[in-house]
Design a protein. Structure first.
Length: 114
């Protein structure tokens, strides 16, 4: 059996596949024999999420701050506004490198570019 913890996929073995597919409520019922087991799992997951929400939110805020700081270091002006030209040129160089690797475009003649 191929099981998916959530979803609605449900199929029996075929000529090309010797296993059955079960998802969500059907999977949990087949594994446990309890038609309401999926509700119990949801309840436990909800409780765990609520217990850790404060810690998660604090970590999330710290991660966003790190990303914002890094972005402004790389693409910010002294007044913390975005230096759009620097940002676009950076992306252009990355695209240019990929095109060169693929031998699609050599980027020659692009002023100030790689």
């Amino acid at each position: 059996m191929l099981g998916h913890g959530y979803g609605r996929k449900f199929s029996n073995p075929t000529n090309n596949r010797i296993y059955r597919i079960r998802s969500g409520q059907a999977l949990w019922e087949e594994l446990t024999g309890d038609p309401d087991f999926y509700l119990k799992i949801i309840s436990l997951m909800s409780n765990a999420a609520l217990e850790h929400r404060t810690q998660f939110e604090a970590e999330w805020i710290r991660a966003l701050k790190r990303f914002e700081d890094e972005f402004l270091i790389n693409f910010g002006n002294p007044d913390n506004s975005i230096n759009w030209e620097k940002l676009l040129r950076s992306r252009e160089r990355q695209v240019c490198r990929v095109f060169r690797r693929l031998r699609v475009w050599n980027c020659k003649g692009m002023k100030g570019r790689e």
